[in-house]
Design a protein around this ligand. Structure first.
Ligand code: PLP
Length: 450
């Protein structure tokens, strides 16, 4: 629940449990929620089993596919569809779980939480759908007024539950983020209203994402011993691929052979893997906007393992990066290359890949998934199954898709009627005093719950 540790660092489990080969094969016929319970219960020892099962079951009952994360096979690739949740992007897998988990813990502790966040699109709607209608939780999401897509805006503002507050600010995404930072840095305000975040550095989000890596291993290689597979992950904040890194360490050695890290032209992570150079440059606007990120918030977690579980050294390096915007990690190059391979993809290549894949396989990729597929095709090893993570439904990014294939992708039931549905949203100036006043008027109050 605390998000960051008290010294400002990220949290990790003390140890990563190992799954033996026999245990893994015994999981072969489990449903997705059953498998999620087996994996998560190895990290969670303070929630009774029946309660944890119930939280997991409710979290994945909202998915439109019974398998939750189905695999489809096209050409040489397995495509892992992670977009069957309520907002059509993979963030639902973590945030549906997190919403139920938070509600449960708040009820146990008889406390409340006011979640505040800024979004440039996807995370906001997944967070809102994670906590809508939940007890003891209010959520305030800032988005830049008229600077996100109509579908993205409507996905958020048509949620009219009384605990959801959409605020469109007259300003940019960065203005929104700066306001959120200002509010969190006011310790008195933060404590008075018990402010919380739901951003990608929460460990429970990573944990929920480990499950679909194991799920894919069971489906792609099943009972066969000594079989390996590779994963390609389109990456922005390093969260999703870090979950793969954890899964790799949990499973019998060699089960996950290689993790392929794919970036768009914001290629800081590709430069890191290929040259040991982790240095910021300007954020470029691409057709895969959910990956338009430079400093990857989960990178610190990998760094900890890279420096051999040395917290003080991790802290030192993160401090150096905060001050200089660059880290020279060439001395760790051998280890980095054992953990990942990587390549980056331009906007033009994204478009070409969507178009080519559609022609060859009659399957429509969203621009984020296309980043992964392009890199997977380039770096794939013959004879080793390759799973590409499909992180969003193509209908969510229909403009880019239409430009690439010449027709609109089929819509999803989830989006039907959304453009005409009534909205609930407050339009405000990008002024932290005004926003703070608005939040104090609408926040859950600690005292009213006692
Ligand atoms: C958030 C997001 C990503 C990037 O995931 P990270 O965990 O930040 O690496 C990729 N694709 C889509 C559609 C996303 O919403």
């Amino acid at each position: 629940m605390m998000g960051l540790a008290e010294d400002g660092g990220l949290l990790l489990p003390r140890t990563i449990p190992r799954i033996g080969y026999e245990t893994l094969t015994s999981w072969n016929n489990l449903s997705y929620p059953e498998l999620a319970f087996e994996i998560m219960s190895r990290f969670i020892d303070d929630i009774p089993s029946s309660d944890l099962k119930d939280i997991i079951n409710r979290s994945y009952a909202t998915f439109s596919s019974e398998e939750v994360t189905p695999l489809v096979h096209h050409g040489d690739l397995h495509i892992l569809e992670l977009f069957h949740g309520p907002t059509l992007a993979f963030k639902d897998i973590a945030l549906q779980f997190l919403g139920n988990l938070f509600e449960y813990l708040l009820s146990k502790n008889n406390s409340i939480l006011n979640i505040i966040g800024a979004t440039s699109g996807d995370t906001g709607s997944a967070a809102i759908y994670g906590v809508r209608g939940k007890e003891r939780l209010n959520i305030f999401i800032l988005h830049p007024h008229q600077r996100i897509s109509r579908v993205q805006e409507k996905q958020m503002t048509t949620v009219t539950d009384q605990n959801v507050f959409n605020i469109a600010i007259r300003g940019s995404f960065d203005d929104g983020q700066a306001i959120v930072k200002t509010l969190f840095s006011d310790i008195q305000f933060k404590n008075k209203y018990s402010l919380g975040a739901i951003n990608s550095i929460n460990w429970a989000r990573i944990l929920a994402q480990v499950v679909y890596y194991v799920h894919s291993c069971l489906h792609v290689i099943g009972h066969e011993k000594d079989c390996s597979l590779d994963f390609t992950v389109p990456t922005g904040n390093f969260g999703d691929i870090f979950a793969g890194f954890i899964a790799k360490r949990m499973l019998p050695a060699g089960t996950i052979r290689q993790l392929v890290l794919a970036t768009n032209s914001n290629d800081i992570l590709a430069r890191f893997v290929n040259n040991g150079d982790y240095s910021l440059s300007d954020v470029k606007i691409t057709s895969s906007p959910s990956m338009d990120i430079q400093a990857a918030s989960n990178f610190e977690r990998y760094l900890y393992y890279l420096v051999d579980n040395d917290s003080p050294r991790t802290k030192e390096l993160m401090k150096e990066f905060a001050q200089t915007g660059t880290l020279d990690l060439t001395s760790y190059q051998e280890q980095i290359r054992r953990d990942f391979v990587s390549s980056s993809v331009s906007n033009e290549e994204i478009s070409d890949t969507i178009s080519r894949f559609y022609k060859e396989h009659d399957y429509i990729l969203d621009p984020h998934t296309a980043v992964g597929v392009q890199v997977a095709e380039k770096l794939k090893t013959a004879g080793v199954p390759m799973v590409c993570l499909a992180t969003a439904h193509p209908a969510k990014f229909s403009e880019v898709v239409e430009k690439s294939i010449g027709t609109q992708p089929p819509s999803s039931d989830v989006l039907a009627g959304i453009l005409e549905a009534p909205s609930k949203c407050e339009i405000m100036d990008a002024d932290s005093k005004d926003i703070r006043q608005y939040i104090s008027r609408h926040a859950l109050q600690k005292s009213t719950r006692d």
